[in-house]
Every structure is written in structure tokens, then in C-alpha cells.
Design a protein around this ligand. Structure first.
Ligand SMILES: [Fe+2]
Length: 259
């Protein structure tokens, strides 16, 4: 089975909120979606880890809906710091089993995979958070051992990229408890995130974690711990295709798309 992991489209209907988002972000997003829709063999599901839109207006989500129209497989999404919960919920409410209440968490299944989607959006902030409510919900889901693969989707990485200024903008509140929960879980687990705008993969506490590239802009690779926030670069854009054989085996391919 093939699944795609994409992130950070930042599409906008009128004007970008973020100065470094490319002016043709919608066109770039359409190219990524066209690549997924026409890939052979068929990509059977898409994991989209946040910042779907740049400003979160209803017009932005309408544009996103048009961009995603060529996709006829399930799309599992989480909000990023640039999304807005109202428009996000309105767009996906008939497709995803959101929990009632403020947060856009949900548990879903795709074949033998359990998907736990976590809403790390903290209104008005760039960094992410998991509240006590969120962590209790997650603990309930992870307390029982599971033989099936669990995929956690969350926009803000809890794991380090080691690009220090970007890690300061990642998951902050609730991070230690989150780490304890996933380390204690008995069963295969992987974490997919976005936010960093640079594709990378890591083992964190022995757990496979990945951030997919963002077509709207890409950060330079800056591993100096004293560095300021990375500038943007025009390196080739890539998303990830996971070929999942079973809960223990996966090959992860870097798929480049010319934007
Ligand atoms: Fe982003």
C-alpha cells in the first residue's frame, strides 16, 4: 500500500499573510496534487500535516477544496498554526470524525492503520501546544497495547529537527507528557508532522518520525545551534511516499516535484 505525506501548502485566495510564501502557492499545490493523483501504482491515502491554508478564511478553504478535487482517495488532515478551526472543521466535517468541542482531534482507520490526529494549534501563536484535555484524550487511545500500526499526525513536531530556531517554534506546551505517552505505548507507532518547511526523517526515542516538505517555501539547512532563523532556499521540493508492507515494514521514498 502506498500513502503520501504532504504538508504546508499555505494556499491563499487573495493575499498571503506570510511574507515568504510564494505568490503562486496555489499553482505549486496543484502540481503536487496532480503528481499524487497520477502516480502509479495508485497512492491510496494522503496524510496532510497542517498549514493547508495561509490565512484560514472561508475563501482560502474554498480554494483548497478546488485544489484537492482531483484526489479520490481518503485525505487525513490536521490543522497548522496558519489554519483556522472554524473553516477547517467546515471543510472536513463530513469526511473526518472530529471529536466534539474545541479541538480538531480524531481517531480514524485506514485499512489496518490507526490514525490519531492531534490538533496542536494555539490561537495566535507560531509554536504548538497540547493541553491537558488533548493529552488525556491521547492517553486513552494509547494506553492499550496495539498490534496495528498507529500513525500520529500533528502539525508541530514534538521531535527535534536540530535546526534550533525552528525547534523553538515547534511543539512546546505538553511536549514532555506527549513524549512519555508515546514512549510507554506498546505497539508500532510513527509520527508525521510539518511546520519545519524542510523534509527530514528521524528516529526519536526509537520511533520513526518525519516532516514533509512544504511547497509554499523551504527553509535552508542550518545546523549551527547558534544560528538565527534559516533563510529560505529554492532547493527542489519533495514530499514522501510510504510503501507500507505491514505494521513492521515500510520503505519511504522522496518524491520530487518541479514547482
Ligand atoms: Fe507552514
Amino acid at each position: 500500500m502506498l500513502i503520501a505525506h504532504i504538508s504546508d501548502f499555505h494556499v491563499f485566495a487573495h493575499a498571503a499573510e506570510t511574507s515568504i510564501v510564494r505568490a503562486d502557492a496555489a499553482d505549486a499545490a496543484r502540481k503536487v496534487i496532480a503528481d499524487i493523483a497520477t502516480f502509479t501504482p495508485k497512492i491510496e491515502a494522503i496524510m496532510f500535516t497542517g498549514d493547508l491554508t495561509d490565512g484560514g478564511s472561508s475563501e482560502d478553504y474554498a480554494l483548497l477544496g478546488d485544489i484537492l478535487a482531483p484526489i479520490n482517495v481518503p485525505i487525513f488532515v490536521v490543522p497548522g498554526n496558519h489554519d483556522k478551526r472554524a473553516g477547517f472543521r467546515a471543510m472536513f466535517d463530513d469526511k473526518l470524525p472530529f471529536e466534539p468541542g474545541h479541538f480538531l482531534n480524531y481517531e480514524a482507520r485506514f485499512k489496518d492503520i490507526r490514525i490519531l490526529a492531534l490538533d496542536t494549534l494555539l490561537d495566535g501563536q507560531v509554536h504548538g501546544a497540547l493541553s491537558e484535555v488533548q493529552l488525556s484524550w491521547l492517553e486513552e487511545k494509547l494506553v492499550a497495547p496495539s498490534k496495528d500500526l498507529t500513525l500520529i499526525l500533528m502539525h508541530h513536531p514534538a521531535f527535534p529537527s536540530t535546526i534550533a530556531p525552528l525547534d523553538h517554534m515547534a511543539l512546546q506546551d505538553g511536549r514532555d507528557t506527549f513524549e512519555r505517552l508515546i514512549v510507554n505505548h506498546q505497539g508500532p507507532l510513527r509520527i508525521l508532522s510539518g511546520h519545519i518547511h524542510r523534509p527530514f526523517q528521524t528516529l526519536w526515542n526509537g520511533i520513526f518520525c518525519a516532516v514533509s516538505g512544504g511547497p509554499a517555501f523551504q527553509h535552508a539547512l542550518t545546523l549551527d545551534p547558534a544560528a538565527a532563523e534559516p533563510t529560505t532556499v529554492t532547493e527542489p521540493y519533495a514530499y514522501f511516499i510510504h510503501r507500507i508492507s505491514d505494521e513492521r515494514n515500510v520503505s519511504i521514498h522522496t518524491r520530487y516535484v518541479e514547482l
